[in-house]
Ligand binder design. Sequence first.
Ligand SMILES: Cc1cc2nc3c(=O)[nH]c(=O)nc-3n(C[C@H](O)[C@H](O)[C@H](O)COP(=O)(O)OP(=O)(O)OC[C@H]3O[C@@H](n4cnc5c(N)ncnc54)[C@H](O)[C@@H]3O)c2cc1C
Ligand SMILES: Cc1cc2nc3c(=O)[nH]c(=O)nc-3n(C[C@H](O)[C@H](O)[C@H](O)COP(=O)(O)O)c2cc1C
Length: 488
Amino acid sequence: MLNKDQKALLDQLLSSASPEQKIWLAGFMQGQVGLGTLGAEASASAANKPPVMIYYATETGNSKALSLNLMKSIKAAGFKVKNAAVNRLKPEDIDTKTLTIFLCSTHGEGDPPETAVPFFEKIKAASNDALKGLQYAVLGLGDKSYEIFCGAATDLDTELKRLGGEAFQETALFDVDYTAHTPKWIEETVTALNKLAGDTGAPAPALISADDHILRTGKGYTRLEPVKGIIKDTLILNDHDSNKKTYHIEVTYEDDIHYTCGDAIGIMLPNDETPRLYSIASSPSYHEGEIHMTVALATYTKEDGSIGYGIASKYLADLKEGDEISFYISQNQLFNLAPDDQDIIMVGPGTGIAPFRSFIFERSERGASGKNWLFFGDQHAHCDFLYQAEWQELLATEGLHKIDLAFSRDQEEKIYVQDRIRENADEIMTWFDNGAVFYVCGAKDPMSKDVHKTLVDIISQRKSIDNEAAEDYLAEMEEQGRYLRDVY
Ligand SMILES: Cc1cc2nc3c(=O)[nH]c(=O)nc-3n(C[C@H](O)[C@H](O)[C@H](O)COP(=O)(O)OP(=O)(O)OC[C@H]3O[C@@H](n4cnc5c(N)ncnc54)[C@H](O)[C@@H]3O)c2cc1C
Ligand SMILES: Cc1cc2nc3c(=O)[nH]c(=O)nc-3n(C[C@H](O)[C@H](O)[C@H](O)COP(=O)(O)O)c2cc1C
């Protein structure tokens, strides 16, 4: 790399440099070539500071984005730091000599994020003292409008203690306005790490640059600051003899708010109940200035035999053109539309179709070169084929390249989307080999679980590997952002 003269100069310099000066030089050189955010001073102390590991458990990406900011600040303080999702983590993989920080959100009803469930199961099954000596910190992200606030983070903290871990910092639990609190928390965390490392210098401010706020905050982006929408149109997508009522609802708005494909709309309910989320079914480019929803009216039979309705879906079903609603955009930083040149496979039975209507119109509008393959299913073709006319037109204009349909009750034997996936196993594997992204949206149980099992089956058969290796294959796709689920 160096010529003879340069090498001689370097040798001369190094022979007279003290160990501290050599460390300083390493940091200086790193700064010269723009590697990372480490300053020379920070590098100088890095050699003496213990390693730090950040694990995140996330569903919509907030904890992951936060881990990047935290990592930057910890690095700048001179620590070696890495981050990773907990998805495939086992308790025995956690190094008890490494200072470890967990960022964990809560979903469902006090549950861990979907992709973190296996980790939680393993940690709960681990024997007492399995992590003896581990020094850790937990930050929980949640929403106080849910009954169990930050349940997953609290559970994790309890389990880590049971396993012999010791918190080096008090567990913090933040509500939906967490971005207002995280800079201070990051500062406190870095100070606590410094203290453990014997560094008692003044605390550095958290390093959060404007670019890191991938997440929009403020008015229109949390239930704390909703905005006004006006119903432009509503229609029932099912034909009259269907067992279901699925509403297509279009909303216009005046505030300067933005959404991207994969986001949801949070609907505020008039009597102050918890807001409900609905996947956005419109494309920000094609349906500019509008938000569309695909809402299934939820029903149940009361004890007296009469029909009862779900609170939010009934409220939405009863809305008429011109009515006012209060809503916010619930961003999802993980369920994103793939780059234009990547092929995508979308599995969205029932209302799971909603985000894919957004994806397909968006890609069609942009003239994306990647191919779009849709799996849709419902009860009957003649009355439950949601958005049928749009799909037919998109197929004709090559906005949609392939559609496979599973109408469960049109024949004696029930047929579901996972059956269509199995029938198309070879082609799906070809798409996977070409880097396609596989999306699933709709019912968590049983649909998304059956689709997952089917994928494990076809991957293990086609690749001649066992189920565990097929699970690893899918976990890797997940890490690469190529297996994405938004299920409820
Ligand atoms: C990220 C995300 C995206 C979503 N996207 C969509 C979407 O695109 N489209 C969509 O339709 N939904 C979607 N949902 C689901 C939606 O948020 C609501 O959960 C759904 O509409 C039901 O809400 P509800 O208020 O109508 O029912 P709730 O009042 O919350 O009731 C829930 C269920 O319990 C039943 N129930 C209520 N009371 C009783 C009782 N006393 N006895 C027995 N059963 C009862 C109801 O019939 C209903 O099935 C999404 C959810 C999430 C988390
Ligand atoms: C469908 C859904 C369910 C949620 N359930 C809870 C809950 O039970 N308790 C809670 O404290 N927060 C709950 N939240 C709030 C999330 O934890 C919060 O939005 C968090 O910032 C998400 O972080 P993540 O993007 O890293 O997953 C829920 C959010 C969604 C979308």
